[in-house]
Design a protein around this ligand. Structure first.
Ligand code: GDP
Ligand code: MG
Length: 670
């Protein structure tokens, strides 16, 4: 018999860590709410009959956010055989709030009481047997992080699910709410069965005023009338509204249970430590300056101190390999065009991009340290006020931050925003956060024109992206996206020492992504570009690439960029190919200039750009429409071509205007 388990729990309770333990897979774990957006399925190690699905973190089963909807739809429609509800034992009261709702689904359930290592370390304890008794479901203490209790958990889960043992208790309180739930349950027995919704869950949701449930049940008018009447009575009797009444019932119950089962002498060590650190890091005056300082330090380490020498080393290696290959091919007497394809096309194109591997891996190393330690969550908290001013909520900070890595996952993570307005605006603005694929472009221009101001130019490029996002936010807030951002509530996770495994995993993933891209998209693009620049329209090989097909295409759009200071057809062509992947800007320019070393490339670039027009080119590349992969992602998330095209046009328009301003003002000064 096949068993399917849903892994459900609050954000940051350790679901993904447990999922990885159970399945042996390597999903990204972050000490940051909102990391898991999509559900992921995996097979349980040593138990081929069982598989688990890692669901996004949620606090309740009300359909307010898309994570809640994903989880709820999964449980209601896919009918898992069991639920593994992961509960953060250091935060047990709040976590059990979700457990009580999961219990109502009437599906065999096990509570995995996680983070027991922290509970024990702080001298607290939890009476597991009693807790299990009170809740009517098995409770297994575990530590996903330390790999304790996992075997027992899966055994209990499999036993419970294969025997179809449903939770033993559904009534958590008596009194008015209880009466109302029972009365309503009585009325909707048939409809709930028809709609395939657990009766008890349906009744509770009706008391809460949950709209999707009301629609699914297809109640007739009489029934609706009676139900509203019951609820009205309940509200009058209690003097609170329906949602508050239910929340109150659940919390009263939780308080009583925890009072009896949890011995809490003190806050956990981690909590005490976190509070102390937070006094400084999230303080009103120091929060943002500290964040900027940390980012500047990271840029300095990544681009100057550690990155630059590593990149040079990488470049030397690639050049040596290129020379060797060229000599070998010449020696064997391989035909000229093939030599040109391999050396001037592939090696030059892919090689120019590849040398940026160390920088990208380094940047992600630092970012993952910030994220895993729990610091990024604080930054989101501090940023909320600022973001609010430009019409976004602090929740948009997560996608923005991921955007510094890559716009694709960033745009996807905007899904976690519950308001449509916030989501659209975030998708539009996120690509202004300079993604890591653009690093090679900055590197190339800096090397040729600003070798003595690496960190400064780098920081300025990032700042321009952020500034344009802010200006756009202000503009859009009062035009296209009127309205208010949703309030931002986020649990601040405790500070933790980042786990080396998780940091290494992330670096490896990023390196793999980068290499894969270099040898697929960019590889193909370099071949196409080599072809287009080596032949003319009649397919004769040209001696000078200015006679080539590519030159004709590039010259067509080149005049557009005259006001921005770079009218050379090679620059405009590079911008075009940059839409396939941003690294292509570099590989294209390398191929088109025929440079075989970085020094040569710098020399030729100096004939195409002046320092000012090179900077204007940089500004344009930071801001203009993202690559096709990101464009496709925004089409998917916005759900329409119209939205995606508007977004791309807006971004390209902003790029044009900003580069124009930079170049024209610069001309007056320089
Ligand atoms: P999710 O958001 O529920 O998927 O949670 P994650 O699996 O991403 O974990 C959140 C954080 O809790 C990470 O920093 C983990 O390293 C940490 N964590 C997970 N399980 C444990 C545990 O058993 N003990 C401790 N001390 N930390 C844990
Ligand atoms: Mg997760």
């Amino acid at each position: 018999m096949k068993l399917l388990f849903a892994l459900a729990g609050n954000q940051n309770s350790g679901k993904t860590t447990l999922f990885n333990r159970l399945t042996g897979s390597n999903q990204h774990v972050g000490n940051f709410p909102g990391v898991t957006v999509e559900k992921k399925e995996g097979q349980v190690k040593k138990h081929p009959e069982a598989s688990v699905v890692d669901l996004p973190g949620i606090y309740s089963l009300s359909p307010y956010t898309s994570e809640e909807i994903v989880t709820r739809d999964f449980v209601l429609k896919e009918h898992p055989n069991g639920i593994i509800n992961i509960v953060d034992a250091t935060n047990i009261e709040r976590n059990l709030y979700l457990s009580l709702q999961l219990i109502e689904l009437g599906i065999p359930m096990v509570i995995a009481l996680n983070m027991m290592d922290e509970v024990r370390a702080s001298g607290n304890s939890i009476d597991i047997a009693k807790l299990s008794d009170e809740l009517g479901v098995p409770v297994v203490p575990i530590s996903a992080g330390k790999n304790e209790g996992i075997d027992e958990l899966i055994e209990v889960a499999i036993r419970t699910a294969s025997q179809g043992k449903k939770p033993l208790k559904y009534d958590f309180c008596d009194g008015e709410v209880h009466k109302a739930i029972h009365a309503i349950a009585h009325i909707i027995v048939d409809q709930a069965k028809e709609a395939g919704i657990p009766l008890r869950f349906a009744a509770t949701k009706l008391v809460e005023g949950d709209e999707p449930t009301q629609e699914l049940l297809k109640l007739d008018e009489d029934q609706q009338h009676i139900i509203e009447h019951i609820i009205e009575d309940m509200q009058n009797e209690l003097g609170t509204d329906r949602e508050a009444a239910l929340a109150d019932m659940r919390y009263t119950f939780i308080e009583r249970v925890c009072g009896g089962c949890v011995t809490k002498h003190q806050e956990t060590r981690e909590q005490v430590r976190s509070e102390k650190i937070d006094k400084i890091l999230t303080s009103k005056y120091w929060g943002i300056p500290i964040f900027l300082g940390i980012m500047l330090l990271i840029f300095y380490l990544t681009f100057t101190l550690l990155g630059a020498p590593l990149q040079e080393l990488m470049d030397k290696g690639i050049t040596a390999l290129t020379d060797l290959t060229a000599k070998g091919m010449a020696y064997v007497g391989i035909s000229d065009w093939l030599q040109s394809l391999v050396i001037d096309g592939i090696f030059a194109g892919v090689g120019s991009v590849l040398s940026f591997l160390p920088i990208i891996v380094l940047l992600f190393f630092f970012l993952s340290l910030l994220e895993d330690s729990g610091y990024m969550a604080r930054v989101a908290f501090v940023m909320d006020k600022l973001l609010r001013k430009i019409g976004l909520s602090g929740r948009s900070f997560v996608p923005m931050l991921i955007g510094f890595g890559c716009s694709v996952p960033a745009i996807m993570s905007a899904r976690t925003l519950s308001s449509e307005r916030d989501r659209k605006m975030t998708i539009l603005l996120t690509p202004f956060m300079s993604c890591s694929a653009k690093l090679p472009i900055y590197g190339m221009i800096i090397m040729a024109f600003f070798p003595h101001h690496r960190a400064l130019i780098m920081m300025s490029v990032y700042v321009i992206g952020i500034l344009v996002a802010i200006l756009s936010g202000l503009l859009l807030k009062s035009t296209v996206f009127k309205g208010n951002p949703i309030p931002f509530v986020m649990e601040l996770p405790a500070y933790r020492i980042p786990s080396p495994r998780s940091v290494l995993m992330l670096m490896w993933e990023k390196a793999k992504d980068f290499l894969r891209k270099a040898f697929t998209i960019i590889f193909v693009a370099t071949i196409v570009i080599w072809f287009l620049q080596s032949f003319d329209i009649r397919l004769n090989m040209v001696a000078d690439s200015s006679q080539s097909i590519l030159a004709s295409i590039g010259s067509l759009i080149a005049p557009l960029f005259v006001p921005l200071g770079f009218a050379d057809w090679r620059a405009s062509t590079a911008l075009l190919t940059g839409i396939t992947a941003k690294e292509s800007v570099v590989s294209t320019l390398t191929i088109l200039t025929g440079a075989s070393t970085d020094a040569q490339l710098s020399q030729v670039l100096a004939t195409i750009f002046t320092p000012l027009s090179a900077y204007s080119f940089l500004v344009f590349t930071v801001l203009y429409m993202p690559c096709v992969a990101a464009f496709a992602a925004s089409k998917r998330e916005l759900g329409s071509w119209k939205g995606a095209i508007f977004t791309a046009l807006y971004q390209t328009g902003a790029a044009y205007v900003m580069a124009l301003v930079v170049y024209q003002i610069g001309r007056l000064i320089v």
